[in-house]
Write a protein that binds this ligand. Sequence first.
Ligand code: ADP
Ligand code: 3PG
Ligand code: MG
Length: 387
Amino acid sequence: MKTLTDLDLTDSRVLVRVDFNVPQNDDGKVLDDTRIRAALPTLRHLLDKNAACVLMSHLGRPKGEPVAHLSLAPVAEKLAELLPDNRIRHCEEVVGARAEEMARSLSGGEILLLENLRFHPGEKSNDDGFARDLAELGDIYVNDAFAACHRKHASVHAITKHFPAEKRAAGQLVEREIEALDKVVANPQQPLLAVFGGAKVPDKLEAIEALIDQAGQILIGGAMAYTFLRAQGVSTGASKVEEDRLDAAREILGKAGDKLLLPTDHVMSMEDEVRTGEEITGDWMGMDIGPDTADRYSEAIRKAATVVWNGPMGKIEEERFFSGTRQIAEAMAESSGVTVVGGGETGQAVHKIGVEDKLTHLSTGGGAFLDYLAHGSLPALDALKED
Ligand code: ADP
Ligand code: 3PG
Ligand code: MG
């Protein structure tokens, strides 16, 4: 795979795909800037060479049309705080006459951040015309959006064909991620323990299934747990369950057998009430793994030689449902084994707890992180490498 040092950047306008899909509050305020800071080494490298940078990213999951609270404008402001010496502009268009004009008028050392790629239907459908319009905005293409590389979307996939091989490369974040994850993929120290949680269940089941053989034990928490519990016929009350993934969950349960552990107690809520218990009935919703489960999981983590973890154990946006995730993160921090953790919200939790320096690697990728561990490759990186 070509990297930044393989590029001739003289007088160039570089189109950089980043993943600025950051956690935000309801007013659009950026709650965790990890993914923005993770792109800075690449941006600094390009800006130091006096390149002009046109940045593109997705944010959230708008369905091919503009959604006001998913604009990248607050992200552009955050980026401006992190790069105070460079002029940073935000374009309210993804592609079109205004985007072209702003990209063309950019000088060396300046940055333009385009509007949310997913405001355009062509992004998700990997549309070649949309990819060509994006490609018009730069002479060189750099993919530094590790967390989006599991997607076959226009800005990471179809776009590569619009640049000759010598004018496209991976950025430094992608390089660092691959280097760190390859150590786990190639030859993980056994026993390998995998911890999965979070909410993007449909996206992640396939990778979990692919990791069953490698893992000695699999611990499930977060909203994901309720799909598995329901698949076993256990009562889950009003918890978040992916009804159309119950068969897939059953298949994983069958294949993993007693390797796979599920929570046996829960922190649950109903309206303003919160309680801890083993059974979730009626209108109660499971919001976090319970204290006994957290102890059991922590104990297993301490015994493992390698631990991989993606997805919070509970609804971490609320302090009262944060304990399970905190305890898991602390057990990882105390582990003497290899600890590899990934995910947008998982990373946010790790930073809040302050244990990022005690982990072997904290990946910016969630689904991408899992898919890379499961398959050792990602569709967007394969496209980038093609001659
Ligand atoms: P990551 O970004 O780390 O890859 P996901 O995007 O899959 O993880 O999921 C993170 C989200 O999962 C968080 O916003 C969190 O609130 C949510 N979540 C976890 N457990 C629960 C639960 N029990 N009920 C509702 N939401 C949950
Ligand atoms: C992520 O948060 O894992 C990446 O930004 C990808 O987002 P997506 O799951 O909406 O494609
Ligand atoms: Mg997420």
